[in-house]
Design a protein around this ligand. Structure first.
Ligand code: B1M
Length: 230
Protein backbone atom coordinates (compact mmCIF):
# COMPACT_ATOMS: atom_id res chain seq x y z
CA UNK A 1 0.00 0.00 0.00
CA UNK A 2 2.74 2.42 1.09
CA UNK A 3 4.91 1.26 -1.80
CA UNK A 4 2.16 2.32 -4.17
CA UNK A 5 1.98 5.77 -2.64
CA UNK A 6 5.74 6.21 -2.74
CA UNK A 7 5.94 5.05 -6.34
CA UNK A 8 3.16 7.43 -7.25
CA UNK A 9 5.15 10.35 -5.81
CA UNK A 10 8.10 9.33 -8.00
CA UNK A 11 5.79 9.20 -11.01
CA UNK A 12 4.48 12.70 -10.21
CA UNK A 13 8.06 14.00 -10.20
CA UNK A 14 8.85 12.26 -13.49
CA UNK A 15 5.64 13.49 -15.10
CA UNK A 16 5.76 16.99 -13.55
CA UNK A 17 2.41 16.61 -11.79
CA UNK A 18 2.41 19.26 -9.05
CA UNK A 19 -1.07 19.12 -7.52
CA UNK A 20 -4.65 18.16 -8.20
CA UNK A 21 -5.51 21.58 -9.65
CA UNK A 22 -2.64 21.45 -12.15
CA UNK A 23 -3.74 21.00 -15.77
CA UNK A 24 -0.38 19.36 -16.58
CA UNK A 25 0.18 16.67 -17.75
CA UNK A 26 -3.04 16.32 -19.71
CA UNK A 27 -3.53 12.62 -18.97
CA UNK A 28 -3.32 13.21 -15.19
CA UNK A 29 -5.87 16.02 -14.90
CA UNK A 30 -7.91 15.75 -11.69
CA UNK A 31 -5.47 13.31 -10.08
CA UNK A 32 -3.52 14.05 -6.92
CA UNK A 33 -0.07 15.50 -7.50
CA UNK A 34 3.17 15.33 -5.54
CA UNK A 35 1.75 17.97 -3.19
CA UNK A 36 -1.27 15.98 -2.00
CA UNK A 37 0.50 12.60 -2.14
CA UNK A 38 3.42 13.79 0.00
CA UNK A 39 1.03 15.18 2.60
CA UNK A 40 -0.76 11.84 2.63
CA UNK A 41 2.47 9.82 2.80
CA UNK A 42 3.71 11.84 5.77
CA UNK A 43 0.42 11.52 7.59
CA UNK A 44 0.56 7.74 6.97
CA UNK A 45 3.91 7.73 8.76
CA UNK A 46 6.15 7.27 5.71
CA UNK A 47 9.58 8.74 6.48
CA UNK A 48 10.91 11.77 4.58
CA UNK A 49 13.98 9.80 3.48
CA UNK A 50 11.83 7.25 1.62
CA UNK A 51 9.89 10.05 -0.05
CA UNK A 52 13.12 11.73 -1.11
CA UNK A 53 14.43 8.48 -2.56
CA UNK A 54 11.30 8.18 -4.68
CA UNK A 55 11.72 11.77 -5.87
CA UNK A 56 15.33 11.14 -6.82
CA UNK A 57 14.31 8.06 -8.82
CA UNK A 58 11.67 10.14 -10.61
CA UNK A 59 14.27 12.82 -11.38
CA UNK A 60 16.69 10.16 -12.56
CA UNK A 61 14.08 8.77 -14.98
CA UNK A 62 13.14 12.18 -16.42
CA UNK A 63 16.86 12.98 -16.76
CA UNK A 64 17.41 9.77 -18.71
CA UNK A 65 14.45 10.53 -20.99
CA UNK A 66 15.90 14.01 -21.55
CA UNK A 67 19.22 12.42 -22.57
CA UNK A 68 17.33 10.29 -25.11
CA UNK A 69 15.58 13.43 -26.50
CA UNK A 70 12.20 12.04 -25.46
CA UNK A 71 11.44 15.12 -23.33
CA UNK A 72 12.79 18.67 -23.33
CA UNK A 73 13.53 21.57 -20.95
CA UNK A 74 9.86 22.42 -20.21
CA UNK A 75 9.32 18.87 -18.93
CA UNK A 76 12.41 19.19 -16.71
CA UNK A 77 11.02 22.46 -15.36
CA UNK A 78 7.71 20.81 -14.48
CA UNK A 79 9.60 17.97 -12.76
CA UNK A 80 11.49 20.59 -10.73
CA UNK A 81 8.23 22.31 -9.82
CA UNK A 82 6.77 19.03 -8.65
CA UNK A 83 9.90 18.32 -6.59
CA UNK A 84 9.68 21.76 -4.96
CA UNK A 85 6.13 20.94 -3.87
CA UNK A 86 7.49 17.85 -2.09
CA UNK A 87 10.35 19.75 -0.51
CA UNK A 88 7.99 22.33 0.98
CA UNK A 89 6.38 19.49 2.98
CA UNK A 90 9.68 17.87 3.94
CA UNK A 91 11.44 21.01 5.16
CA UNK A 92 10.04 20.91 8.73
CA UNK A 93 11.35 17.34 9.11
CA UNK A 94 14.90 18.54 8.55
CA UNK A 95 14.62 21.39 11.04
CA UNK A 96 15.53 20.34 14.55
CA UNK A 97 15.15 23.72 16.19
CA UNK A 98 18.69 23.26 17.50
CA UNK A 99 20.45 26.44 18.52
CA UNK A 100 22.62 27.51 15.59
CA UNK A 101 25.86 26.83 17.38
CA UNK A 102 28.04 24.90 14.99
CA UNK A 103 29.03 27.70 12.60
CA UNK A 104 28.08 29.37 9.36
CA UNK A 105 27.78 27.58 6.03
CA UNK A 106 27.68 29.67 2.85
CA UNK A 107 26.30 27.71 -0.10
CA UNK A 108 25.48 28.43 -3.73
CA UNK A 109 25.25 26.92 -7.20
CA UNK A 110 28.18 28.17 -9.23
CA UNK A 111 28.10 30.70 -12.08
CA UNK A 112 26.32 29.55 -15.23
CA UNK A 113 24.38 26.83 -13.43
CA UNK A 114 20.66 27.11 -12.59
CA UNK A 115 20.14 23.72 -10.92
CA UNK A 116 19.13 24.25 -7.31
CA UNK A 117 17.17 21.23 -6.10
CA UNK A 118 20.23 19.35 -4.83
CA UNK A 119 21.70 22.52 -3.33
CA UNK A 120 18.41 23.25 -1.56
CA UNK A 121 18.37 19.75 -0.12
CA UNK A 122 21.92 20.15 1.16
CA UNK A 123 20.94 23.54 2.70
CA UNK A 124 17.90 22.03 4.42
CA UNK A 125 19.77 19.07 5.89
CA UNK A 126 22.80 21.12 6.98
CA UNK A 127 20.52 23.69 8.62
CA UNK A 128 18.61 20.91 10.32
CA UNK A 129 21.90 19.73 11.79
CA UNK A 130 22.51 22.97 13.62
CA UNK A 131 24.43 25.14 11.16
CA UNK A 132 23.45 28.64 10.12
CA UNK A 133 23.04 28.48 6.35
CA UNK A 134 23.56 31.48 4.09
CA UNK A 135 22.16 30.45 0.71
CA UNK A 136 23.42 32.62 -2.14
CA UNK A 137 21.12 30.97 -4.70
CA UNK A 138 21.99 29.89 -8.24
CA UNK A 139 24.31 31.23 -10.94
CA UNK A 140 26.51 32.69 -8.20
CA UNK A 141 29.47 34.67 -9.49
CA UNK A 142 32.89 34.18 -7.93
CA UNK A 143 32.82 37.73 -6.51
CA UNK A 144 29.58 37.02 -4.64
CA UNK A 145 31.14 34.03 -2.89
CA UNK A 146 34.19 36.14 -2.03
CA UNK A 147 31.96 38.92 -0.61
CA UNK A 148 30.05 36.36 1.46
CA UNK A 149 33.27 34.98 2.96
CA UNK A 150 34.38 38.55 3.78
CA UNK A 151 31.06 39.24 5.48
CA UNK A 152 31.09 35.94 7.40
CA UNK A 153 34.59 35.32 8.73
CA UNK A 154 35.19 31.70 9.68
CA UNK A 155 32.38 30.36 7.53
CA UNK A 156 32.67 27.13 5.54
CA UNK A 157 31.78 27.42 1.85
CA UNK A 158 29.80 24.87 -0.18
CA UNK A 159 29.68 24.93 -3.97
CA UNK A 160 27.20 22.97 -6.05
CA UNK A 161 27.35 22.22 -9.80
CA UNK A 162 25.19 19.96 -11.97
CA UNK A 163 26.72 20.58 -15.38
CA UNK A 164 30.07 19.32 -16.58
CA UNK A 165 30.47 22.73 -18.27
CA UNK A 166 30.11 24.66 -14.99
CA UNK A 167 32.69 22.54 -13.19
CA UNK A 168 35.28 24.95 -14.64
CA UNK A 169 33.58 27.87 -12.88
CA UNK A 170 33.50 25.79 -9.73
CA UNK A 171 37.21 25.15 -9.96
CA UNK A 172 37.94 28.86 -10.54
CA UNK A 173 35.74 29.80 -7.57
CA UNK A 174 37.56 27.38 -5.27
CA UNK A 175 40.88 28.81 -6.39
CA UNK A 176 39.75 32.44 -5.92
CA UNK A 177 38.41 31.78 -2.42
CA UNK A 178 41.61 29.95 -1.51
CA UNK A 179 43.78 32.76 -2.95
CA UNK A 180 41.97 35.44 -0.92
CA UNK A 181 41.18 33.41 2.21
CA UNK A 182 43.63 30.49 2.42
CA UNK A 183 42.14 29.25 5.71
CA UNK A 184 38.57 29.06 4.44
CA UNK A 185 37.33 25.49 4.14
CA UNK A 186 35.56 24.71 0.85
CA UNK A 187 33.42 21.67 0.12
CA UNK A 188 32.05 20.84 -3.33
CA UNK A 189 29.28 18.57 -4.56
CA UNK A 190 26.90 17.82 -7.39
CA UNK A 191 26.19 14.97 -9.79
CA UNK A 192 29.12 15.36 -12.21
CA UNK A 193 31.71 15.53 -9.41
CA UNK A 194 33.82 12.87 -7.78
CA UNK A 195 36.30 13.01 -4.95
CA UNK A 196 39.03 13.00 -7.61
CA UNK A 197 37.70 16.08 -9.45
CA UNK A 198 37.20 17.79 -6.08
CA UNK A 199 40.79 17.10 -5.16
CA UNK A 200 41.99 18.43 -8.51
CA UNK A 201 40.07 21.65 -7.82
CA UNK A 202 41.92 21.87 -4.50
CA UNK A 203 38.66 21.77 -2.56
CA UNK A 204 39.00 20.61 1.04
CA UNK A 205 36.10 18.23 0.78
CA UNK A 206 33.61 16.50 -1.47
CA UNK A 207 30.25 15.01 -0.56
CA UNK A 208 27.99 12.97 -2.83
CA UNK A 209 24.88 13.84 -0.79
CA UNK A 210 23.57 16.08 2.01
CA UNK A 211 24.45 13.52 4.70
CA UNK A 212 28.04 13.48 3.45
CA UNK A 213 28.12 17.29 3.59
CA UNK A 214 26.91 17.24 7.22
CA UNK A 215 29.50 14.59 8.15
CA UNK A 216 32.25 16.71 6.59
CA UNK A 217 31.10 19.92 8.34
CA UNK A 218 30.85 18.19 11.70
CA UNK A 219 34.34 16.76 11.26
CA UNK A 220 35.74 20.21 10.51
CA UNK A 221 33.99 21.79 13.48
CA UNK A 222 35.28 19.01 15.77
CA UNK A 223 38.83 19.58 14.59
CA UNK A 224 38.43 23.32 15.27
CA UNK A 225 37.25 22.56 18.81
CA UNK A 226 40.18 20.22 19.38
CA UNK A 227 42.60 22.90 18.16
CA UNK A 228 41.14 25.39 20.65
CA UNK A 229 41.43 22.86 23.52
CA UNK A 230 45.01 21.81 22.59
CO1 B1M B 1 19.22 20.04 -16.27
N1 B1M B 1 20.65 18.82 -16.75
N2 B1M B 1 19.78 21.28 -17.70
N3 B1M B 1 17.68 21.10 -15.77
N4 B1M B 1 18.68 18.56 -15.23
C1 B1M B 1 20.85 17.63 -15.90
C2 B1M B 1 21.82 17.93 -14.77
C3 B1M B 1 21.39 16.57 -16.95
C4 B1M B 1 22.26 15.47 -16.31
C5 B1M B 1 20.21 15.98 -17.75
C6 B1M B 1 20.66 14.95 -18.77
O1 B1M B 1 21.19 15.29 -19.79
N5 B1M B 1 20.46 13.68 -18.48
C7 B1M B 1 22.18 17.50 -17.94
C8 B1M B 1 23.64 17.77 -17.57
C9 B1M B 1 24.62 17.02 -18.44
C10 B1M B 1 26.01 17.31 -17.99
O2 B1M B 1 26.48 18.40 -18.04
N6 B1M B 1 26.67 16.27 -17.49
C11 B1M B 1 21.36 18.78 -17.88
C12 B1M B 1 21.34 19.75 -18.90
C13 B1M B 1 22.14 19.44 -20.15
C14 B1M B 1 20.63 20.98 -18.78
C15 B1M B 1 20.55 22.14 -19.78
C16 B1M B 1 21.89 22.50 -20.46
C17 B1M B 1 19.48 21.77 -20.82
C18 B1M B 1 19.31 22.76 -21.95
O3 B1M B 1 19.01 23.90 -21.75
N7 B1M B 1 19.52 22.25 -23.14
C19 B1M B 1 20.02 23.29 -18.89
C20 B1M B 1 21.15 24.09 -18.23
C21 B1M B 1 20.63 25.32 -17.52
C22 B1M B 1 21.71 25.94 -16.66
O4 B1M B 1 21.91 25.48 -15.55
N8 B1M B 1 22.41 26.91 -17.18
C23 B1M B 1 19.27 22.52 -17.86
C24 B1M B 1 18.15 23.03 -17.20
C25 B1M B 1 17.43 22.35 -16.24
C26 B1M B 1 16.16 22.93 -15.60
C27 B1M B 1 16.31 24.41 -15.24
C28 B1M B 1 15.04 22.78 -16.59
C29 B1M B 1 15.93 21.95 -14.40
C30 B1M B 1 16.51 22.45 -13.06
C31 B1M B 1 15.48 23.16 -12.21
C32 B1M B 1 16.00 23.46 -10.84
O5 B1M B 1 17.00 22.93 -10.35
N9 B1M B 1 15.30 24.36 -10.21
C33 B1M B 1 16.79 20.74 -14.79
C34 B1M B 1 16.69 19.46 -14.17
C35 B1M B 1 15.51 19.25 -13.25
C36 B1M B 1 17.63 18.43 -14.42
C37 B1M B 1 17.62 16.96 -13.90
C38 B1M B 1 16.53 16.20 -14.63
C39 B1M B 1 17.39 16.80 -12.42
C40 B1M B 1 18.40 17.55 -11.51
C41 B1M B 1 17.97 17.38 -10.09
O6 B1M B 1 17.33 18.26 -9.52
N10 B1M B 1 18.21 16.18 -9.51
C42 B1M B 1 19.08 16.48 -14.27
C43 B1M B 1 19.17 15.00 -14.60
C44 B1M B 1 19.40 14.16 -13.36
O7 B1M B 1 20.00 14.60 -12.39
N11 B1M B 1 18.98 12.96 -13.40
C45 B1M B 1 19.51 17.48 -15.25
C46 B1M B 1 17.72 15.81 -8.16
C47 B1M B 1 18.67 16.35 -7.09
C48 B1M B 1 18.16 15.98 -5.71
O8 B1M B 1 19.94 15.74 -7.30
O9 B1M B 1 21.00 17.91 -8.02
O10 B1M B 1 22.28 15.72 -8.18
P1 B1M B 1 21.30 16.57 -7.50
O11 B1M B 1 21.81 16.82 -6.00
C49 B1M B 1 22.24 15.74 -5.17
C50 B1M B 1 23.73 15.47 -5.22
O12 B1M B 1 24.33 15.81 -6.45
C51 B1M B 1 24.28 16.21 -4.04
O13 B1M B 1 23.23 16.17 -3.09
C52 B1M B 1 21.96 16.22 -3.75
C53 B1M B 1 20.95 15.37 -3.01
O14 B1M B 1 21.33 14.02 -2.99
N12 B1M B 1 24.73 17.60 -4.13
C54 B1M B 1 25.65 18.07 -3.26
C55 B1M B 1 24.36 18.61 -4.95
N13 B1M B 1 25.01 19.74 -4.63
C56 B1M B 1 25.80 19.44 -3.59
C57 B1M B 1 26.69 20.24 -2.84
C58 B1M B 1 27.39 19.64 -1.78
C59 B1M B 1 27.24 18.27 -1.49
C60 B1M B 1 26.36 17.48 -2.22
O15 B1M B 1 28.26 20.30 -1.01
C61 B1M B 1 28.39 21.68 -1.16
Amino acid sequence: MNDGLINQIGICIERGKVNKASPYPGDMVGEDGSDELTRKALSDGIGPDLILQACNSGMQRIGERFSRNEVFVPELLMAAKSMNAVMAHLKPYFQTGTVKAKGKFVIGTVAGDLHDIGKNLVSMVVEGNGWEVIDLGVDVKMSKFVDAVKANPGCIVGLSALLTTTMTNMSKTVQEIKAQFPDTVVIVGGAPLTSITAERMKADGYAPDPQGAVAFLNKVSMSWKNEIIA
